[in-house]
Design a protein around this ligand. Structure first.
Ligand SMILES: Nc1nc2c(c(=O)[nH]1)N[C@H]1C(S)=C(S)[C@@H](COP(=O)(O)OP(=O)(O)OC[C@H]3O[C@@H](n4cnc5c(=O)[nH]c(N)nc54)[C@H](O)[C@@H]3O)O[C@H]1N2
Ligand SMILES: Nc1nc2c(c(=O)[nH]1)N[C@H]1C(S)=C(S)[C@@H](COP(=O)(O)OP(=O)(O)OC[C@H]3O[C@@H](n4cnc5c(=O)[nH]c(N)nc54)[C@H](O)[C@@H]3O)O[C@H]1N2
Ligand code: SF4
Ligand SMILES: [Mo]
Length: 737
């Protein structure tokens, strides 16, 4: 099909690359190539903001190494060839069901990577694949990321998706731990132009304090920066909680259970005790506690540096404990809950973890998933339920999961593997079949996940900007056909698998909502859009919402038509107080002292005086990277080598390091270029993750290979309650190469 248009033309779309959800204005030439990318100034949320990754979307889109057809690997020669969709699905249909037939459903594992949180296909069609596989061998990037926050939120509020975010635009005081939004643009806190919002906070007279073992660009923008020993944030926060109780500074304004238990738990975590472990002086901890209590409004926000650590879940819990104790949970300027416009999953029972354990190490299930830190164990350890085949969707765990080299060899030994991915990379090279999604511009976009964590209520929908060509499949179609293939089924003649699935979901959802007779009213070019329309209509601002409970001008109005008529996005108003309505705890109160958290205190207490390793490793994100997968975009990898080991000059001198160093951990060894800098505290070194492309088929990435930091991280270490991987505070030894 040729697509005839005037040239050039300007089109609008949300950037799918990170959690900031910026509106983009794209200019396309007559061949549908992206010739320019600008921020969309009419977007009420991002207001024209754009970063270097969004700005180079055209380069990503035209990358000659991006896969455009299914690929099949010949195992004997380890060579790849392109194939038709029918052939690719045929191979899967023949091989994968054999594995589950012979060894049971658990023998087929599924790994879901980060971009699933950014795509419509990930939100709407991955659940179908999960059901089709019927396996408990389910893993995702979440357990290398935010699972501690979800577990803690689940325990406190009854729902792991009810996550409080700092009310950035109104707060008077922000305490930020383990986040670097000037590079990352923010996470579990959807805030386009995060840097601008932080500057505005200071300009309106607010105070901004950063806690990080590195003096990051974010720290440099703050009023105050505190170096903290990696992995010790739970102690620091307990010191604050202790002070709030000791000095009678608490001001609890929401209905809670467990206040006395929290007070008792904090009793022995005096600022003096925790100062030794954290490296933050006791008087500073006391002062921060007083400042938080005294500020008219304040929010504590902690992100990945504190999640991917030994006490990840305890830390996330204590963040909200402080927000509650200072009277800042669910109040403007504090930590609040966003109202996403699309109908979410309605949870009927309170959240629980560890409903089952992993086969080999007995690690806890959380949200139906097992920890990715035990994926290699499950593949490598013989026995009933051993994983023998894998499906990966939008992930690169060889570079992103702990003990990456071990996972690499585990994947190499699988009987069969399928990957849905744009690239042949360090992980997908082990697949037998790779199924590529189409161009980003050929996919619709709605942020089902991220808008629930936004600092302002907002909605925006982007239609596919370019139609699919002859023989091209949307990622939704790929997943629908994959779900059939893994069940050993062929599409029925004359029936589109995607439509079949969508009709079932639509009928079921409308029936539950008592709206079955309104099926005919759903708008959209296809059943995917009709589902989106349905979710908007049934969502909190929707035309069909049962309880419009506030004055927002959009309440009771949203549907797909409204979003299509407002292509720059819709401002749905500032965050609103949502308690107790969003609580799913059995008590319908905030459970401030969940037994799971109190039980984990033993581990925390045991380690408070433990001897600390001389040197520990932490990560660092970089503005022009995106985990492992934008290193083939020329403009993002130019300049000097970025995959260097940051080390304090004192440590470098003491250890006699310059040029190349050999870094050893319990898990592995790397040789890496050292970069001494005062911006990192003594005793800590930092290496970015997502690099290590020396064998890549991607030519640009191979020329800027770097090393895989996750060769050093150790999959035997996890945060106990969530099973989350530990990337920060990894003991290492350093010698000159
Ligand atoms: N040491 C260390 N390790 C870390 C972290 C750290 O801070 N330190 N961070 C962790 C975090 S927070 C995360 S989220 C994980 C990320 O872990 P992963 O999700 O496993 O890794 P990514 O590099 O994001 O890989 C994304 C993959 O999706 C593909 N892709 C991109 N767009 C699409 C699409 O639209 N559809 C499909 N099907 N595929 C697509 C890319 O080609 C790439 O292969 O890494 C974790 N690993
Ligand atoms: N440019 C870019 N943007 C991204 C990504 C990317 O790879 N590149 N990845 C995206 C993803 S998947 C995510 S999850 C988000 C993450 O977004 P952020 O949470 O902002 O992640 P980082 O920028 O890695 O910041 C983590 C900080 O924690 C610090 N840190 C390490 N250990 C500790 C510790 O023990 N305690 C404390 N207090 N701090 C510690 C590190 O020094 C680092 O500065 O970013 C997203 N945005
Ligand atoms: S900040 Fe994130 S969403 Fe915005 S342009 Fe950059 S990559 Fe895209
Ligand atoms: Mo992430």
């Amino acid at each position: 099909m040729t697509h005839v248009t005037d040239s050039p033309r300007t089109l609008l779309r949300t950037c799918p690359l990170c959690e900031a959800v910026c509106g983009l204005e794209l200019t396309l030439d007559s061949d549908d190539r992206i010739v320019s990318v600008r921020g969309d100034h009419a977007d009420p949320f991002s207001k024209g903001f754009i970063c270097p990754k969004g700005a180079t979307l055209g380069h990503l889109d035209s990358d000659p190494d991006r896969l455009t057809a299914p690929m099949i690997r010949d195992r004997a020669t380890d060579t790849w060839r392109t194939a038709s969709w029918d052939e690719a699905f045929g191979v899967i249909r023949e091989r994968l069901p054999q594995v589950s037939a012979a060894h049971g459903n658990q023998a087929v594992g599924l790994y879901l990577g980060n971009p699933n949180a950014h795509t419509v296909a990930g939100a709407l069609y991955v659940p179908l694949l999960i059901r089709a596989l019927g396996t408990r061998s389910l893993f995702s990037a979440s357990t290398a990321d935010q699972m501690p926050k979800q577990v803690s939120s689940g325990l406190l509020f009854g729902d792991p998706l009810t996550v409080a975010v700092p009310d950035l635009d109104r707060t008077d005081y922000l305490l930020m731990l383990g986040a670097n939004p000037l590079e990352s643009n923010g996470s579990l806190c959807t805030a386009p132009d995060f840097p601008g919002r932080l500057k505005a906070l200071r300009q309106r007279g607010g105070r901004f304090v950063v806690v990080d073992p590195r003096r990051t660009r974010t720290a440099k923008l703050a009023d105050e920066h505190l170096f903290v020993r990696p992995g010790s944030d739970a102690y620091l926060l307990f010191g604050i909680v202790h002070t709030l109780f000791a000095e009678n500074l608490t001001d609890v304004r929401v209905e809670v259970n467990g206040l006395d238990e929290v007070r008792a738990a904090a009793a022995d975590f005096t600022p003096e005790l925790v100062a030794g472990r954290t490296g933050v002086p006791a008087e500073t901890i006391v002062r921060i506690a007083r400042e938080l209590a005294a500020a008219p409004t304040a929010a504590v926000y902690a992100r990945i540096g504190t999640c991917t650590a030994e006490f990840g879940t305890l830390t996330q819990w204590l963040v909200d404990v402080v927000n509650v104790l200072t009277g800042n949970l669910d109040t403007p300027g504090g930590a609040m809950f966003a109202t996403g416009a699309a109908l979410g999953i309605v949870r009927s029972r309170p959240f629980r973890t560890a409903r089952w354990g992993s086969r080999v190490r007995g690690l806890p299930e959380a949200m139906g998933e097992l920890p990715v830190a035990t994926l290699a164990d499950e593949i490598l350890t013989p026995g009933d339920g051993q994983i023998r085949a894998m499906v990966t969707v939008a992930g690169n765990p060889v570079l992103s999961a702990p003990s990456g080299a071990r996972l690499d060899s585990a994947f190499a030994g699988l009987e069969f593997m399928v990957s849905v991915d744009r690239y042949l990379n360090e992980t997908t090279r082990h697949a037998d079949v790779i199924l590529p999604p189409p161009r980003i511009l050929q996919s619709p976009h709605y942020d089902f996940a991220l808008l629930n964590f936004a600092v302002h209520n907002y909605a925006r929908y982007s239609r596919p900007l370019i139609p699919l060509g002859e023989g091209e499949l949307s990622e939704a179609e790929v997943l629908a056909r994959l779900a059939l293939a893994v069940s050993g089924q062929e599409p029925q003649p004359g029936l589109d698998p995607l439509t079949v699935v969508d009709e079932i979901v639509i009928a079921g959802t409308l029936h539950k909502a008592g709206m079955a007779e309104r099926r005919g009213e759903l708008l959209g070019d296809n059943t995917t859009e009709q589902r989106i329309d349905m979710m908007l209509r049934l969502g909190p601002f929707g035309e069909w919402a049962s309880t419009p409970d506030d004055a927002s001008e959009w309440r009771g109005k949203l549907n797909l038509r409204v979003l299509l008529d407002n292509p720059h996005g819709i401002d749905l108003g500032p965050l609103e107080s949502r308690l107790p309505g969003v609580l799913r705890t059995a008590s319908r109160r905030v459970e401030l002292a969940p037994p799971e958290m109190l039980a984990d205190l033993e581990r925390l207490r045991a380690r408070v005086r433990a001897e600390q390793p001389e040197m520990v490793l932490v990560g660092r994100r970089q503005l022009r990277s995106n985990n492992s997968w934008l290193h083939n975009v020329g403009p993002l990898v130019g300049g000097s080598n970025r995959c260097t080991l940051h080390i304090n000059p004192e440590d470098a001198a003491r250890l006699g390091l310059n040029g190349l160093a050999v870094v050893k951990s319990a898990a592995g060894t790397l040789t890496v270029e050292v970069e001494p800098t005062d911006d990192i505290m003594p005793g800590v070194v930092s290496l970015p993750h997502g690099w290590g492309h020396e064998d890549s088929e991607q030519s640009v990435a191979r020329a800027h290979a770097g090393v895989n930091a996750n060769v050093l991280t150790d999959d035997s270490l996890v945060d106990a309650p969530s099973g989350n991987a530990v990337f920060n505070g990894v003991p290492v030894t350093l010698t000159r190469a």
